[in-house]
Design a binder for this molecule. Structure first.
Ligand code: SAH
Ligand code: SF4
Length: 342
């Protein structure tokens, strides 16, 4: 398969230029288009000769994807539907914070093999992993869309990124390296359903990425109702891996908790969750469920507030996800609802 232009290093491109009969400085120009102007389409690299543009397009996926559709409203979450080179679709979200900051919510896989029962992304299983180049190109398209580099990235779009470490990690490296996009790791959140081997590998990087763990339940019995068997790890192992991450990265871990009425939203669940979070020095982020076509319901506002109070009572820090975009199917877990129809 062809390589992706977006994750060719300066050294890779210099080598390619040498082999293809182009001077070394062309490699630098190509990198400047990518890292400085977020351009991956050789046709837009205006200072390159035509023959080189054509050669790049023939050699690499460049560009490898395009924005097929934008669903946006002023000051709201924008949902970008991206068409990949093999006609698959993924989605990313552009989330304005209100203070001028912009967060990208990026996908790491086409579909998801974990299949959490309330999440639209896993409905049809995993189609394939995204490559590092594709993850970077997603970011580039977002930057082109807003006309600048984003402030934060959360890997909370489609897919379980830690099941795709081989591609996600090089993308993280490029996003944070000085010769790449130079974003602070502290501004990048990797969210996982609790895939323990991947959590260990992320810890080994010893970088300050934010790790968010989608716990959703403080006991095995409740969790089994939400996450199917094969890829669900024991809560003890997940929390141990979270401790390890905190120790190696120096960052507090966040426990994500999607609230589902009558499933995981009782005061007893909240007390247990609060105790676990306190014991493991983790923050809790409550996410009221956004309706997909599943059998679940969002708890009432009173229930959510009571749950929040009870969780916080044990001393744990609790936040609630600010809700934006659910009206447009752009909230977490809803991004792929319509993708299958394309
Ligand atoms: N696979 C990773 C990252 C993508 S999902 C993970 O599971 O963490 C990102 C977050 O969105 C997870 O915390 C997930 O539980 C949440 N989510 C998915 N579907 C949702 C829905 N319908 N309503 C609310 N949160 C949802
Ligand atoms: Fe996959 Fe995360 Fe959705 Fe679960 S919540 S199906 S792990 S994307």
């Amino acid at each position: 398969m062809k390589n992706f232009l977006t994750n060719q290093s300066a050294a890779d491109l210099e080598k390619w230029c040498a082999v293809s009969g182009y001077p070394k400085f062309r490699a630098k120009q190509i990198r400047q288009w990518i890292t400085g102007k977020f351009v991956s389409d050789p046709d837009r690299m205006l200072n390159l000769p035509n023959a080189l543009r054509e050669a790049l397009k023939a050699e690499f996926f460049a560009p490898s994807m395009k924005i097929a559709e934008v669903d946006s409203a002023p000051d709201q979450v924008a949902k970008l539907l991206l068409q990949l080179h093999d006609n698959e679709h993924i989605e990313m979200a552009v989330i304005p914070a209100g203070d001028g900051r912009i967060t990208f919510c990026l996908s790491t896989q086409v579909g998801c093999p974990v299949g959490c029962r309330f999440c639209a992304s896993g409905k049809h299983g995993l189609k394939r992993n995204l490559t590092a180049g594709e993850i970077l190109e997603e970011f580039l398209l977002g930057c082109q869309y807003i006309g600048r580099k984003c402030d934060n990235i959360v890997f909370m779009g489609i897919g379980e990124g830690l099941l795709n470490c081989n591609e996600l990690f090089p993308a993280l490296e490029e996003l944070t390296s000085e010769s790449g996009f130079n974003l602070s790791p502290r501004r990048i959140t990797v969210s996982t359903s609790g895939y323990v081997p991947g959590m260990k590998k992320l810890a080994e990087l010893e970088k300050e990425f934010v790790l968010a763990v989608s716990l959703h339940a403080p006991d095995e019995e409740t969790r089994a109702k939400i996450i199917p068997d094969p890829l669900r790890f024991p809560i003890d192992d997940i929390l141990q891996a979270a401790d390890n991450y905190r120790e190696r990265s120096g960052r507090l871990v966040t426990l994500e908790y999607t609230l589902l009425a009558g499933i995981n939203d009782s005061d007893t669940h909240a007390e247990k969750l609060g105790r676990l979070a306190y014991k493991h020095h983790a923050k809790v982020n409550l996410i009221p469920y956004n309706a997909t076509d599943t059998e679940f319901r969002r708890p009432s506002r009173e229930r959510i507030e009571s749950f929040e109070r009870k969780t916080a009572a044990s001393g744990a820090t609790v936040t609630r996800r600010v809700e934006r975009g659910s009206s447009k199917n752009a909230a977490c877990g809803q991004l792929r609802i319509n993708a299958g129809k394309k």
